[in-house]
Design a binder for this molecule. Sequence first.
Ligand code: PAF
Length: 325
Amino acid sequence: NALNAAIAGASTLALAAVSFNALAAQSITVGHTTSDNSHYSVGVDAFKEKLEELSGGEFTVEEHPSGALGGERDMIEGLQIGTLDAVVTSTGPLGNFVPETYVLDLPFLFKDYAQARCVLDGEVGQDLLAKVGEHELVGLAWSENGFRHMTNSQREINTPEDAAGLKVRTMENEMHMAAFREMDVHPTPMAFPEVFTALQQGTVDGQENPIPVILTSNLWEVQDYLSLTGHVYSPAIMLASPILWEGLSEEEQGWFIEAAQAGAEATRAEVSRLETEGLAELKEKGMTVVEDIDKSLFQNAVEPSYKGYTDQYGSEMLDRIRNSD
Ligand code: PAF
C-alpha cells in the first residue's frame, strides 16, 4: 500500500545518501598568507596532488591563500580549535605557541640554505617537530620561507647605522624584535595581511622578508630599497589541526606526512629558483638593490640578543644546532 511504498522509498533514499557520503571526498582546508603564485602556493599544489594520489581521492584539498583565513597567528589558533585543517606558516608566530622553536629564529644562526635544510631534516628538526605535537598542534613537515632581507622606502641600507631610526614591521616574534632593537631600529610587530597597506600609507618605513615574498606579495610597489642583509633564515612549517589528526587512521596520517614532505620539497625548489630569478625581476621592477653587504657588521650589532635568548631558554638547542655542522 501507499504507506509501505513511502517507507521503502525513504529507506532507499537514506541508503543512497549513506553510500554517497562514503564515496564523497573529505575536503581539507589549507590556509597561508602569501599569494597564490608564491612559494607556499607551489607547495600546497604539490601537497594536494600527493594527498589525492596516495588516498585515491579519499581526500581533496582546498587552498585559501593571501591571508583569506587570517594572519599566521590567527590561523594557528584556528588549528587548535578546529576551524581549519592545515596551515603553511613561517616560524615567526610559532614560538608564541611552541617556545622551543624560538631558537630557529635567532639572527645569523644558519650560514646558508644547505645548512638550514640539513638541520631541519636531521635530528634537531625532527625533535622540534615532535615538540610541536606537545602544544595542541601537529607538525607535518618543515618547509621554507627563506633568508630575510630588509626593504624600506627611505634610503639605501649598507650598515646597521643606516637602518637606525627606521620604523620596521617585524613578525610577531620576540627574537626578531630583540635583534632589531639592538640595531636601534623601531620594530613594529604586525600580522602580514596588514603589511602592504601599512607600507603604502607610511605607517612603517620598512619590512623584512625573503625575496619570494617581496616579489609575489608586490612589496616592490611600495618599497624602493632592498638590502640583501640575509639577517635570519625563516623556516616554514606545515601544521595540521589535532582535531583533524585524531580522526585519521594511522595509514591516513602517513599519507598526510608524505604529502606535506612533497609540498616542502616543491616549496624549497621554488625558493631556490626565486633567489636568483626573483632578484633579477625585482631589479627590473625598479628596486635599488644593495647586494654587497658586510654581514659581520649586522651580526655584531645583533649579537647581544643571543644572551636574551639563552637567559630565557638555555643554550642546549643552540649548541646542538651549532654542532650539527
Ligand atoms: O613576514 C611574514 O609574516 C612571513 O614571512 C610571511 C610573509 C607571512 C610568510 O610566512
